[in-house]
Write a protein that binds this ligand. Sequence first.
Ligand code: HEC
Length: 470
Amino acid sequence: MRLLVLTIILTTFVQATIPAEVPDAKGEELYREFCSKCHGSNLEGGNAPSLVDGIWMYGLDKIRNITFGIAQQGMPAFGDALSKDQIEAISRFIDESAHSLGAARPPIPDTLYTYDYDILVQKWVEGLEIPWAIAFVDSTTTLITERTGRLRIVQYGVLSPKAVENTPAVIAQSQGGLMDVAIDPDHGQNGWVYLAYSHALVDTSQTRPPAMTRIARGRIREGKWHDHEVIYDAPHDTYQSTRHHYGSRIVFDSSGNLYFSVGDRGRSGEAQDLSKPNGKIHRILPDGNIPTDNPFTADVEALTTIFSYGHRNPQGLAVHPVTGEVWSAEHGPMGGDEINIVRRGDNYGWPKITYGRNYNGTLVSQHERLPGMVQPVLFWRPSIAVCAVEFYQGRSFGKWENRLLVSALAYEEVRLLAIENNRVIHQEVILKNAGRVRDVTNGPDGAIYVVLNSPGTVLRLTPIVEDDGF
Ligand code: HEC
């Protein structure tokens, strides 16, 4: 009897002390058998990188990387050899080992070293809540959206503690909320500011009201949103109860047309349906009217705002400073992120063609190309989770004129793409592992501004030695 009591006490004690401290036993065995020959017997790295240094080159989703592998880099896929439970056990073992070795996220560096410049990194604004986009009104005033629904003002580099009042209500669930902010090209004359956000229909009979991307404009006076005008309201019967793939980036071309993206809203087939707004890039005039030369104005079935179709979730749009064409960056499925040049009336193929697969490894389509569907300028396999893009314009980084700045969420990167004749001829990662990057742009001062998701921070990048004019 006494022995039994003692055993119970002992087992209870042992069970209570195991979890947080001792790495997952099953995971450890599996790690030794399947992973240690490349990643090192203590996870410290060897033929393959360390798994305990806090750096995740391929994003934070270890389970996905272990299951599907990173074929191009020699990381095998274990989805067939190991069960889901086994992969989860290994992943827990990695987390626990990293924790017990005291590995933490590396601090944001003060200096970045690139081919062309040594760069000073400053934390320009801190304390934001899931910032989504940044736009410069002029050399003193900047607007930043927070996905939760607030529009923030930075004046002379100082974040105003109060958000702009009276901005439109948004449905901030999952990927949705207040998304892009854009400044009218004639803002000095007309004062217009544009917002893209997730709008839900008020319907008390439904616990999950349908929602869609909406575009509105207004003017900011004395910290308040005035003159609110909805300039794009999707047909209400096309609203969806899903909460992802809203697209939501806004740009203007040099003729003053406004382009915005709407993701497929999780209904991939509708990206091919011209009577549906999702999975499209739209083009309107800044007051919401429709340009007479939009491609589908003569088609009675089609929505006349559509400019191009067959897109999955484009969260990046930028106008090429020389050609004037609109470039988009879109989240693909696993291994199918794309950069496209968006042309009038063209079909970009989603989901009929793609370089990606579903996240469970199954095929989206067996086609990577089909006649009548446009190929991307570039695709990323594995996906980097490409978000905002912007062509660099400014004096500070003179050698980077017209190069494309690219932000990546999962990979936590800012990349710089050199482009010649609409071909990407070089890619360089200029910032890595500072956090998920939601937006990247250059300010009127020529500095590069990087919007990090969490903790909500804007970094300001400037060259340590300015260009000398040669
Ligand atoms: C044949 C060698 C090899 C084996 C075996 C192997 N890996 Fe890898 N692994 C790699 C390589 C190579 C990379 C990518 C290296 C690079 O790009 O620098 C990688 C990358 C990774 C990454 C992504 C790291 C990051 O920075 O994002 C994870 C996670 C990972 N491996 C986990 C595992 C686990 C868990 C196992 C065992 C189930 C395993 N690997 C087995 C070679 C291997």
